[in-house]
Write a protein that binds this ligand. Structure first.
Ligand code: NDP
Ligand code: 2IT
Length: 460
């Protein structure tokens, strides 16, 4: 509660003390979770002006509550490979916050998956999902299972085992998973099939990112990459610029990267490079997207194969060196912490004007500070890559209504959502005294929506 005669400075100090105390508590409670601590640090740094203006959030303990997941499910996933050998992986689902709707967020299959990575992703999802303006809470799941080199049958057996356990905790009104790294429409198809088999029914809205032939939304596959480019387009527009004629570098060559490349090209940019975890390709005349799509979506091959078909292009076997290529716009679309301070300084020295985070938390805090210092246009992940989950929420709506929107209709709605997110970020940044700072704007605008719902719903 606001105390009588409290000055502006008193409030500011109280807000700073509160943020500091809660961060210390979180560090103590989660000492080894470096990605989770990084994600919370970024949010905390943005929220000081909010607690200064709204001491009621302090009284309601919003920061302590919003940083502790409602529930984490950790489970064993046993499965058999094609030789009959038994393997055991660990499965996770972090159900972080349900104040705005059912838990919503992707599932990641990657050997690096652990509790810290799951928690940071689910935590970021809270603010991202709130920014979309749709009625979705936040969650994330996954496994340390490595899909690389596995046969289709092995993927199916693993996925069925994974969802057999998880099925008791999810549902169209409870928790709605989708894809993320290593999980696309094939894996979602296996999960959906197994879930329906276990439930003895057909619950279309329990997963999103389904194949459009089997209940998925048209435009979901493209949504994250397109949405990221739409967001960056808004930033460029505000600065009197556009994608036309710009040189773009995109990391990764998976779902988000492919469709970020496609949209950037459609808007007149030249995409010089993309990568996978093995290395990157550089094609000075602009990469050929049809080759990338065939290699990655159809043949499941490494990006190094590209140069066999395009002798003018070069392959380098260090994926992190992709940021040394001079470009106007950098779109990190692979994974967390792929741009560190050194990479950021190289990008700046080479004249980069805009960064759009297609991946989740691809820039370290130090890299973000470098971009901030140089006033680089910066589209933070929670806002810039929210198009994927926004179209997931549209898939939930279509499934509930038992109808399908056209791809044009979905794309139009996606563009509106991305523009609205951009405007809310700008407005929040302005209102809280940091005009133009989209990192603060995204964190504050997302936070306010959830915090108000948490106050309204009472203590939990
Ligand atoms: P995919 O699995 O389709 O593609 C991931 C790409 O990133 C691959 O090229 C992969 O290379 C590369 N990659 C993955 N891990 C690493 C690593 N540790 N080091 C270097 N390269 C790596 O995943 P998505 O495109 O779906 O996801 C990419 C990012 O976007 C993630 O951060 C995800 O959380 C985020 N995101 C995804 C959304 C979606 O709708 N799918 C929505 C919003 C955000 P390789 O094949 O060699 O592993
Ligand atoms: O990080 C993300 O927003 C996703 N992986 C997509 C989540 C979703 O539910 O579509």
């Amino acid at each position: 509660m606001t105390k009588l005669n409290e000055t502006h400075n008193d409030r500011k100090k109280r807000a700073n003390d509160y943020v500091h105390e809660v961060y210390e508590l979180i560090k103590k409670r989660n000492p080894d979770e470096k990605e989770f601590l990084q994600a919370t640090r970024e949010i905390f740094d943005s929220l000081r002006p909010v607690f200064s203006k709204h001491p009621d959030y302090i009284a309601n303990g919003i920061l302590e509550r919003i940083t502790e997941p409602e529930r984490i499910i950790i489970f064993r996933v046993a499965w058999e490979d094609d030789q009959g050998k038994v393997h055991v992986n660990r499965g996770f689902r972090v159900q972080f916050n349900s104040d705005l709707g059912p838990y919503k967020g992707g599932i990641r299959f990657h050997p690096s998956v652990n509790s810290s990575i799951m928690k940071f992703l689910a935590f970021e999802q809270i603010f991202k999902n709130a920014l979309t303006g749709q009625p979705i809470g936040a969650g994330k799941g996954g496994s340390d299972f490595d899909p690389k080199g596995k046969s289709d049958r092995e993927i199916m057996r693993f996925t069925q085992s994974f969802i057999t356990e998880l099925s008791r905790y999810i549902g169209p009104d409870t928790d709605v998973p989708a894809g993320d790294i290593g999980v696309g429409k094939r894996e979602i198809g296996y999960m959906f099939g197994q879930y329906n088999r276990l439930k003895g029914g057909y619950e279309a809205g329990v997963f999103t990112g389904k194949d459009p032939k089997h209940g998925g939304s048209l435009g979901r596959k493209e949504a994250t990459g397109y949405g990221t480019v739409y967001f960056v387009e808004e930033m460029l527009k505000e600065a009197g610029l556009s994608f036309a004629g710009k040189k773009v570098v995109v990391s990764g060559s998976g779902n988000v990267s492919t469709y970020a490349i496609e949209k950037a090209m459609q808007l007149g940019a030249t995409v010089l490079a993309c990568s996978d975890s093995g290395g990157y390709i550089y094609d000075e005349d602009g990469i050929d997207l049809d080759t990338i799509k065939r290699l990655k979506e159809v043949e499941n091959k490494r990006i190094s194969e590209y140069v066999k078909e395009h002798p003018g292009a070069k392959y380098y076997d260090d994926c992190s060196a992709i940021w040394s290529i001079p470009c106007d716009i950098a779109l990190p679309c692979a994974t967390q912490n792929e741009i560190d301070e050194i990479a950021a300084r190289i990008l700046i020295a080479n004249g980069v004007i805009a960064i759009g985070e297609g991946a989740n938390m691809p820039c370290t805090l130090e890299a973000m500070a470098v971009f901030h210092e140089h006033k680089t246009l910066f589209g933070p992940a929670k806002a810039a890559n929210a198009g994927g989950v926004a179209v997931s929420a549209m898939e939930m709506s279509q499934n509930s209504m038992r109808l399908s929107w056209t791809v044009e209709e979905v794309d139009e709605r996606l563009q509106t959502v991305m523009k609205n997110i951009y405007t809310s970020c700008l407005d929040a940044a302005e209102e809280y005294g940091h005009p133009g700072n989209l990192v603060m704007g995204a964190n504050i605008a997302g936070f306010l929506k959830v915090a108000d719902a948490m106050v309204a719903h009472g203590l939990s």
